[in-house]
Design a protein around this ligand. Sequence first.
Ligand SMILES: [Zn+2]
Length: 500
Amino acid sequence: MILQDILKNYRRKNNSPRYTIKIDISKAYDTVDWNFVEDLLNALNFPARFFQLVMICIKSTSYSLLMNGRIQGGFQGAKGLRQGDPLSPLIFVMIMDYLTRCFLHAALDSKFRYHPLCKSLKLINLCFADDLILLSKGSKQSIKVLKEVLDGFNNTTGLFINVSKSQIFFGGVDSREKREIIRDIYLAEDCFPLKYLGVPLRPTKWKAEDCGIIIKKIRLRLNTWGSRHLSFAGRVQLIHSVLLGLRNYWMSTFILPQSVSKEVEKLCRGFLWGMNGNRSRIHVASWEKVCLPKPYGGLGFKEGTKWNQAILAKYIWAITEKRDLLWVKWVNNIYLKRVSIWSYDLKVDTSWYWRKLCRLRLKFPISEILMADSLLCPVCGDQPESHHHLFFDCCLSRRLVELVFQWLGFRGWPLDFACWLSWLSLKASGMVRHVSIAILAATCYNTWLNRNRCVFEGYSKSDSLIALDVKTIVTYRLFIVKNSKLSRQDRDFIHRLKCN
Ligand SMILES: [Zn+2]
């Protein structure tokens, strides 16, 4: 999304010069220099024992050759990280972190100029795994600085840039200067869309062809699977984890056009119920029904439009929560500028994704998110709601406690939080204490559940039913206890609870 904002002005004329470089690091994992990793871990002050373990993992790599079905000897590795080893991505992240610091260090050099919008955050590169994007102002000096850093990086880490797969994108640079820059760094100029993490990005809004990729990918999967040999449950699982997973990944960055979302669902429907030649078989249940959560009789698929909105609402949530994310900082820096997202006025000159996010605010007004309908207790409705009221004062809670205590055979339910603690410490000995804690927890939990039931579903259970729930939870747990290990007194206590 940051990249979207950055690319937004690339087509405009009379822009200040700028460029974006997409770098492909060739054979990223295989060519890492071991000595470099050693120095890096040392410099980051990892504990010696940990450091040794990591180095053993890296250096013990060996490869066996399999030829004509027989193992024909092998050889030891000399550099590189093992692919598929859970350790490797972590080490790689540290290496990229080193690169970022190299860039920042080089940027102190007065010749380097930051990309427009990026100066206050000191943003020079964006990277995820081995996808690397460099940003800078379009001057020859800046690109020279970047190139020096990359060369240095190559010498120290053993990683080098794959020139043929890396591209440069210009904005507002005149053609003579373009030629000179290209000659200096040997990179080819490319035109949009720029593909980052598999998502094509361009200065303008998404085009249908960009979204077409997702449909193409899903079709490809469907063709290879063929629905004939899979059970219904198997197909459901595949839709869940692969097809909708694919869609959700895209949705997490963009609002997909309605048409694409519909098409994806159509493909899933066809796959779920099976196709007969070109025509689909009878659909036993409507898609709306299939999308219901499992307890309500559906299969728990997520309905496209709503799901997309929910995912994007998460971003708004991240902003309101001031999460520690680069993107949140970015948005605060270039759009919000210390204004809260709820009172921010949408400006004309913004990215389309940001406009969509802001429009989404209308769907989830703050009054609905942060305030319940009324401030009174949703259970009894005649006292202001508070923790103390809910757990100690509410008439329903008092009746519930009486019932639970009858069952336990105790007296005197504590009447505030401090008393709770001392009440628990009084029940000093083993089993009785454990059971008391379990009962207290179950009572609180069910009181809370019932309170939520009143808020969201509009009805309350009766005190005797809730007491039954508490008893059931606790008795189930008591069945796990082995009688042979208990004292006689405890055994009697538990026996009484189970029977009442
Ligand atoms: Zn109440």
